[in-house]
Design a protein around this ligand. Structure first.
Ligand SMILES: [Zn+2]
Length: 169
């Protein structure tokens, strides 16, 4: 599947969000953005072909509210790239669970900072222990994500337009 959207960067080259390429073209024509990279396919009209922006950057420093990422099962999986945060394996949606890093029975809360994606096997193994007690260190420290790409971009890095990768990490 080809990703046909456009990655919008702020003036400081930080990713803001993903927008439809049609909107990116509009912003380009009205001078709001400059094109950083183009897609390797072209849009066609009756009279001509034209380059479609893959990455654009806002030319002015505007106050864009950072995307608010709602706390949900799906968004935790997205943040963690569909990887179990203990064994680092990649799993499908149905083979993942949510794990309380600090177990609920020890006062652990259901928040971005205490919930990670976890495979069924690791979840069973960890039970109601903390990572230290279970001897299962976390692969990364969970936090509220500043930005989430749509689901399609996490089904393997290969689906990401190559020109986006420089800007997403
Ligand atoms: Zn696991």
């Amino acid at each position: 599947m080809t990703v046909r959207d456009t990655l919008l960067l702020d003036q400081g080259y930080q990713p803001l969000r993903v927008i439809p390429w049609q909107r990116a073209l509009c912003m380009q024509f009205t001078g709001k953005v400059e094109v950083v990279s183009a897609h390797d396919w072209k849009a066609r009209t009756v009279t001509r072909d034209f380059e479609v922006p893959a990455v654009v950057r806002l030319v002015r420093s505007v106050k864009v509210r950072p995307m608010y990422v709602r706390f949900s099962r799906e968004n935790v999986y997205l943040r963690d790239g569909y990887r179990c945060q203990y064994c680092d394996g990649q799993f499908r949606h149905r083979d993942l669970t949510l794990d309380h890093v600090v177990p609920r029975c020890h006062g652990g809360r259901t928040t971005w900072k205490n919930i990670v994606a976890c495979c069924v096997r690791c979840n069973r193994k960890k039970g109601s222990l903390s990572p230290e007690e279970a001897g299962m260190p976390l692969k990364s420290k969970p936090s509220r994500p500043r930005w989430l790409a749509p689901r399609v971009f996490h089904q393997g890095q290969n689906t990401l337009p190559a020109v986006w990768r420089d800007w997403l990490h």
